[in-house]
Write a protein that binds this ligand. Structure first.
Ligand code: SAH
Length: 394
């Protein structure tokens, strides 16, 4: 296959030799011809030597590398990549009778920059973040069904809000393969939940908290639990299975609270230990008493860009300060940040400030991150985003 060549400035190939998958626009010396957004381009160094093939896009990241080998980018290429992704998850024991919820493709972490695929039972929800992935969506959908051995029967494309709006691709959400077949109940570690990929946030569920939910389950026995920012109740039904005395779920979205109630009912019909409230987090934390001895804080990303980092850190400090103020002695606090631009160190500093403000004794008993189906390519540290602390508060 022949692709338009993009030549780098001298020395700019160094990060690529270490397999970093991004080429910034400032590193480019020359275009052989003007590529279209979403085209596959060939990247060469200043001595005309082949370096990589990748998707071209207008913006500060000009090329996202697909491969460091000069190979055809055809159906077999995409299928091989998806096979590797599927094989990794299968070989690590993630896909079982009890667990049919998992992220099958995590962008750069699966050598497929710009692509996210989450699987719920027999439906895969696909999100393209780049024009390049948008153009190959049908090929990807077909390959997904093949590599899953037909475990995946439906592929829903949900990219209206994830593609760069300037590219104006006119993407529409909808099924690329199959259709809605009433199989929107998925299983995570044996617990059931409804997924609303049509209207829900992201692909419909926060798949990245699976392992951290299990830790909540382990520490819940006999405790009074507050699940703040509950979305569809993931942490709540784990806490209930773990033997919590009571579980209160809070989210500002009324739709999320409805789904939380439905999901708790699916797993624990008629169980009166659970109550859910549609309310703003700060309001609830202000008005609540001191009855909780396990609190989960899993807020939305407070910072989406570096320039709002300071405000975000203040936000994390204030939020955590409220929890430190109210949690019972001997309480366990689970606190998270999913902002990619907030580093582990900065997040810990914000939580430290909140703890110091409360004057309580606080110990870190566990540190959390994203699970194995959200792998971080070691050459692409930007792929790390989820961090959390489990704290014992006296
Ligand atoms: N813990 C969830 C994911 C949380 S996502 C899970 O395990 O699935 C963040 C949630 O915070 C969203 O559901 C959003 O509706 C909610 N949210 C955003 N701002 C909020 C606020 N000010 N008060 C309460 N909830 C809020």
């Amino acid at each position: 296959m022949k692709f338009i060549k993009i030549q780098l400035k001298p020395g700019k190939e160094d990060s690529l030799k270490r397999f970093h998958p991004w080429i910034f626009s400032g590193a480019i010396a020359r275009f052989e011809a003007q590529p279209e957004e979403g085209d596959v381009v060939e990247v060469i160094d200043s001595n005309n030597k082949f370096i990589a093939l990748g998707h071209y896009q207008i913006g500060s990241i000009a090329v996202r590398v697909l491969t460091f080998e000069n190979e055809p980018i055809d159906f077999d290429f995409w299928k091989k990549r998806l096979e590797v992704a599927f094989g990794m998850r299968e070989s690590l024991g993630l896909i079982t009778e009890n667990n049919n919820t998992y992220r099958l493709v995590h962008g750069e972490g699966d050598y497929l920059p710009g692509l996210i695929v989450d699987v719920y039972h027999d439906t895969a929800v696909m999100q393209a973040h780049t024009p390049g992935m948008h153009y190959v969506r049908d090929i990807l959908a077909k390959a997904l069904v093949e590599v899953s051995g037909a475990k995946i029967k439906n592929v829903y494309y949900k990219s209206e809000t994830t593609l760069p709006y300037k590219a104006d691709l006119g993407a529409e959400n909808g099924y690329l393969i199959g259709e809605y077949n009433n199989s929107d109940i998925a299983l995570e570690n044996g617990l059931k939940f409804h997924v609303d990929w049509l209207r829900g946030q992201k692909t419909g569920f926060f798949v990245d908290q699976r392992e951290n939910r299990s830790i909540v389950e382990k520490f819940s026995n006999g405790r009074s639990v507050l699940n703040m920012f509950c979305y569809t109740g993931g942490f709540s039904f784990y806490a209930m299975r773990g033997g919590a005395k009571l579980v209160h779920s809070v989210d500002s979205s009324a739709k999320a609270i409805d789904l939380t109630k439905k999901n708790v009912e699916l797993n624990f019909p008629g169980d009166e230990r659970h109550q859910a409230f549609a309310e703003d987090a700060f309001k609830y934390l202000d008005r609540m008493g001191d009855q909780y001895d396990l609190i989960i804080l899993d807020p939305p990303a407070f910072a989406k860009h570096k320039n709002v980092l300071r405000n975000a850190l203040q936000g994390y400090r204030k939020l955590n300060a409220k929890a430190f103020e109210k949690i019972k002695p001997g309480g366990v606090l689970f606190t998270f940040s999913c902002s990619q631009v907030v580093s582990k160190e900065n997040f810990r500093l914000a939580v430290f400030s909140a703890a110091a403000q409360s004057g309580r004794r606080v110990r870190i008993i566990h540190q959390m991150t994203q699970p194995l189906d959200h792998p971080i390519n070691i050459y692409h540290p930007e792929g790390e985003y989820l961090k959390g602390l489990v704290l014992y508060v006296e």
